[in-house]
Write a protein that binds this ligand. Structure first.
Ligand SMILES: [Zn+2]
Length: 126
């Protein structure tokens, strides 16, 4: 069996991960993409094939794709929100994985301690 990292090391890593989560920055779930659209004005250049570029943020909610139009002057900002959401999501997975390791490690240590205690009780006194 994989001995794994000690509980102390895991707890330190967990603390570091939680701290690196950071707080206070906006975030949003989804992916931002550029699409080509027509505005509907028959006299516009888009009607002749020179379409406008529009940005949408798409996200799956209850297995349905939801999309939100993102105004051009917000694209940069929303891109940062999307990146922040991805970073946090990754961190949360990391924190869960560390927590799982810690639980398993704790069980291993507790069993070893119990076994050791039993051995001491069984060994004859000197
Ligand atoms: Zn147009």
């Amino acid at each position: 069996m994989n001995k794994g990292l000690s509980e102390n090391v895991l707890r330190k890593r967990l603390d570091a991960s939680i701290r690196s989560l950071g707080c206070g920055k906006p975030m949003i779930e989804g992916s931002l993409s550029a699409i080509r659209v027509t505005c509907g004005n028959p006299n516009c250049r888009c009607a002749k094939g020179e379409k406008h570029i529009s940005h949408i943020l798409t996200c799956k909610v209850n297995k349905k794709t939801k999309s939100v139009y993102v105004p051009t002057d917000m694209v940069e900002e929303v891109t940062a929100w999307v990146e922040e959401h991805r970073r946090i999501k990754k961190k949360l997975k990391e924190i869960s994985a560390l927590g799982e390791q810690l639980i398993k490690q704790h069980v291993v240590v507790r069993r070893a301690v119990a076994k050791n205690f039993k051995l001491q009780k069984e060994s004859p006194q000197t």
